[in-house]
Design a protein around this ligand. Structure first.
Ligand SMILES: Cc1cc2nc3c(=O)[nH]c(=O)nc-3n(C[C@H](O)[C@H](O)[C@H](O)COP(=O)(O)OP(=O)(O)OC[C@H]3O[C@@H](n4cnc5c(N)ncnc54)[C@H](O)[C@@H]3O)c2cc1C
Length: 402
């Protein structure tokens, strides 16, 4: 077998967590290799709605708990990065700097809205009826604006990965063996690659479960939360925001302009390529995995029409997709309050839980890093590099709504 590659850090998995770690550690002078077995951001990051949560979603019950405050602080740091504190993120596509928060007309909706107003440091602002965008026509309750930034996650992955193309490998990890002074990892790529790293970081999302097993890392267990996201495509306004009902987010909508490779542009749907796509999550995404295709289409479009009565979905396209959130085990199956980062025997396991927490965890890795002992790595050209995963709507199968 060929000589092992000697490095400071091997990162397994190239979503937001892995790429932020790669970027931060290389920036701090460490010799780092990232291995990805599919495409960058496949799974959660390219499915993410890209909201840099200002904490509202986590404080709808009325109390801003630790997770709401942490998210709000992390979002603030992100805004600084996007605005140029870190030159490399200046070109990330910002889709909006402001989201809307509106309620359905039930009393429960009103209670949730009140909680959001009371609990947060950065309070949502009420807007007068005359200032509402027309897509909120017909909404009976109060409408607030919220200083929440939404980014295009794929552009984030592009900006983070492009400078490090020579430090990324497409391949499958087949063994992880902790030794006294390093960890030996075998990778099946276009050929077999052996790596000796002083530290291994597991950022493989749902793949972390297998990697934790392979490395025999004790006391780390994962939970999976299945979601079914809905997508609507057509001549639609750009919508960003949350329709709330009590402590629940009925729907969360983010939007982008549809752009897909030519071969998938008109699949199952004949409208123009510069359609707007609504990417819709929230409670409907949590309920969706229990439903069949037809049932979900009716339920999701019904909820969207009830929450956004001012927009007709006639002649739009509909699609949905399943995705699973990978998180640290909580015992009750609920969303963990914060990100997870634990180091045992030179192996660190990370689930950021929210996109917004990934840079904070990467900064902590840099602080904890031992001084570098190896030169920066440039992979030989015969080894394959991973590509970026597509956005969910670029590969979806669309059906027409009548
Ligand atoms: C539908 C949805 C919407 C969301 N919206 C938001 C939001 O608006 N705001 C927010 O803050 N957070 C949001 N999140 C959460 C956020 O997306 C995730 O917390 C974050 O993207 C997780 O990043 P990650 O890098 O840990 O995992 P992933 O993005 O899942 O990346 C894991 C990577 O590891 C690779 N991999 C898997 N197995 C292996 C292996 N064995 N070897 C090598 N590589 C492997 C995968 O191909 C992938 O590239 C959302 C999540 C979902 C699912």
């Amino acid at each position: 077998m060929s000589e092992p590659i000697l490095i400071d850090v091997l990162i397994v998995g190239g979503g937001a967590a892995g790429l932020f770690a790669l970027h931060a550690l290389r920036g701090a002078g460490a010799s780092v290799l990232l291995v990805e077995n599919n495409s960058l951001g496949f799974g959660q990051t390219t499915s993410s709605q890209g909201i840099l949560h200002a904490g509202v979603k986590y404080s709808l019950g009325g109390l801003a708990g630790d997770d709401a405050k942490e998210a709000a602080e992390a979002a603030h740091q992100w805004i600084q990065l996007l605005d140029g504190a870190n030159a490399d993120l200046r070109n990330v596509r910002v889709l909006t700097r402001q989201c809307y928060l509106w309620r359905t007309s039930t009393l429960l909706g009103a209670a949730g809205m009140l909680g959001a107003k009371l609990a947060l440091k950065t309070k949502p602002k009420a807007i007068a009826s005359i200032d509402r965008p027309s897509w909120l026509d017909g909404v009976g309750g109060e409408v607030l604006t919220l200083g929440e930034t939404v980014i295009d996650p794929r552009s984030l992955l592009r900006e983070l990965s492009t400078p490090h193309a020579h430090a990324m490998l497409k391949g499958n990890v087949t063994s992880i063996t902790p030794r006294t002074s390093d960890v030996e990892v075998e990778i099946e790529s276009s050929r077999r690659v052996r790596v000796r790293a002083r530290h291994v970081i597991l950022t493989a999302g749902i793949g972390n479960q297998d990697m934790v097993g392979l490395s025999h890392t004790p006391n780390v267990s994962m939970q999976q939360r299945p979601l079914r996201q809905a997508m609507i495509r057509g001549a639609l306004p750009l919508v960003f925001g949350h329709c709330i009902d009590g402590a629940k987010t009925r729907i969360t909508v983010t939007s982008d302009v549809f752009a897909a490779p030519d071969d998938v542009k008109n699949a199952g749907h004949a409208s123009a390529a510069n359609d707007v796509v609504w990417h819709v999550g929230g409670q409907i995404a949590e309920d969706g995995p229990r439903m069949g295709d037809k049932e979900f289409l009716e339920y999701a479009t019904g909820e969207i029409c009830r929450c956004i009565p001012g927009v007709s979905l006639k002649e739009c396209g509909f699609a949905s997709y399943d995705v699973t959130r990978a998180e640290p085990h909580t015992g009750d199956g609920k969303r963990p309050p914060t990100g997870f980062c634990r180091t045992q025997d030179r192996i660190t396991t990370i689930w950021p839980v929210k996109l917004v927490l990934a840079p904070k965890i990467a900064a902590q890795l840099v602080k904890d890093m031992e001084p570098s002992t190896h030169p920066q790595i440039t992979l030989p050209m015969d080894l394959p590099r991973p590509e970026l995963a597509p956005r969910p709507w670029e590969t979806a199968r669309w059906s027409a709504l009548v």
